[in-house]
Design a protein around this ligand. Sequence first.
Ligand code: GLA
Length: 405
Amino acid sequence: MRIFASLSLAVLALASLTAASQPPAKAPAPPQVVAQTPPMGWNSWNYFAEKVSDKDIRTAADQLVATGMKDAGYIYLNIDDTWEAERDASGVLHTNAKFPDMKALADYVHSKGLKIGIYSGPGPKTCGGYEGSLGHEEQDARMYAEWGIDYLKYDLCSFIPEVMEKQATNDHAAQMRLMIAAYAKMDKALKATGRPIVFSLCQYGWDAVWEWAPALGGNLWRTTGDIDPTWDRMYAIVSQQEGLEKYAGPGHWNDPDMLEVGNGKLSLAENRTHFSLWAILAAPLLAGNDLPNMKPEIKAILTNRDVIAIDQDRLGKQGARIYSDGEVEVWTRHLTGGALAIAVVNAGSDRYSTHPFHLNLAKLGLHGPQSGKDLWTGKTVELTENQPLELASHDVLLVRIAAPK
Ligand code: GLA
């Protein structure tokens, strides 16, 4: 059908060309459509930090395919900071010895059916002290496009002391304008390449970035400082997301930072809760774990299709915390077709296993018993008003109700 439609279009185009007997004006470039659902992939920072190399990225590409993560949707393979060397006399930024040939690496990643991301920043230096893009935005963007880059994380760092504070000392409004202009400049440079490149803003959620980032072309923006693989940090970040749900939607997402699933000493319950909440938050799912040594139970979390489907729901409506009762929090997310996801999180101690928490369905706008699927056991569950729930410390109940009443 589609082939037929394009054939007829081609015939029509040919006919009009002959009629006018001169070449038609060049068609305008189609608008870039990226990140219609929150980007999914793997980023080098949380596991490798500054040690990442070409070899690690190739291994990650192989692993994304071999583990089934690619098939589950993890498409972007993103190189974070520390790939950069110095600029030459023409301003061309070279890669350092860890990344001998970025074009060849991008080709390799693409050959696996994946996309490749890279990292820079608007300041003279990146957060790791490597070369930034200040004054070379167009040149860098063109180089990324030539390499075949599909995603750019653009990290503020040295732009704060070196540009904002120097050029607009003590004038916070002027500093903010400089920052916004710097992000707009790179967005324009990326668009000018004609290559669809996801633009990820990393400035730690300052100056209500969610209010201005979508308008300047940001596809996602960090809403907080850096995550680390601890329950306390992960949950502190979650608490900072309240009220931001109205800013997210297809093409533009709040980014509570990359996943720590499988890292540090997070328990299985904590990993499940972390992943469930990122799905409720319509957050980008950028894993950052040790792929070659991924334990089966971590793979099972990262590739849980039902949970991924919540995150990737086409409606693109970020969920919200509806109420809390002691240390138990209840979140919901509205999904395509009127479905609803409910996450009940025990952010506190084990005492809710001995003194059950009672779920209040009415507070969630639900009337009477509801039938749903527990996305971590795969079993059908019935939820009733005031139902006692037993949740271990830091664990989650994640239920999808296809037809809420
Ligand atoms: C900042 C960012 C991190 C990471 C490092 C790299 O801290 O927030 O995600 O990119 O820089 O230097």
